[in-house]
Design a protein around this ligand. Structure first.
Ligand code: TYC
Length: 119
């Protein structure tokens, strides 16, 4: 004769909706697990040799700025020693830096730029 194996109580599934006192089903609030990515700013540095016109063209071309905005950014760099050209995810910022350095090298200008995490 077959004997019945003892019935185990069902294991409650993880993350079941909870019940409040009134018998209604409520969803528990969960802490946000997904954070926005760390952003990086591309900072262009001043030097005494790169022509202003070249810097303006580079800012327009690689940072999608109009002539007026690019000119303002270039003048800020010229006066303050450095300036932010744009803010991107890490990979995009690194690509922008590469593009600017390659364009400067090709044109024979010492223009430098870096990317750094935004605080
Ligand atoms: N200082 C340069 C000049 O007087 C112009 C310049 C501006 C160079 C911005 C670099 O990132 C720069 N010709």
């Amino acid at each position: 004769m077959a004997t019945k194996s003892p019935v185990k109580p069902p294991v409650p599934p993880v993350q079941q909706p909870a019940r409040d006192d009134g018998g209604s089903v409520v969803l528990e609030r969960r802490t946000q697990k997904v954070k926005p990515p760390q952003m990086y700013q591309v900072v262009m540095l001043n030097d005494d040799y790169t022509p202003m016109e070249f810097v303006v063209v580079v800012i327009q071309e690689y940072f999608s700025k109009d002539l007026e905005t690019a000119t303002q950014i270039m003048l800020k760099i010229h006066l303050d020693g450095k300036g932010v050209c744009g803010v991107y995810t890490k990979d995009v910022a690194a690509t922008k830096v590469d593009q600017v350095l390659e364009a400067a090298l090709k044109a024979g200008h010492p223009l430098q730029c870096i990317s750094e995490p935004v605080e």
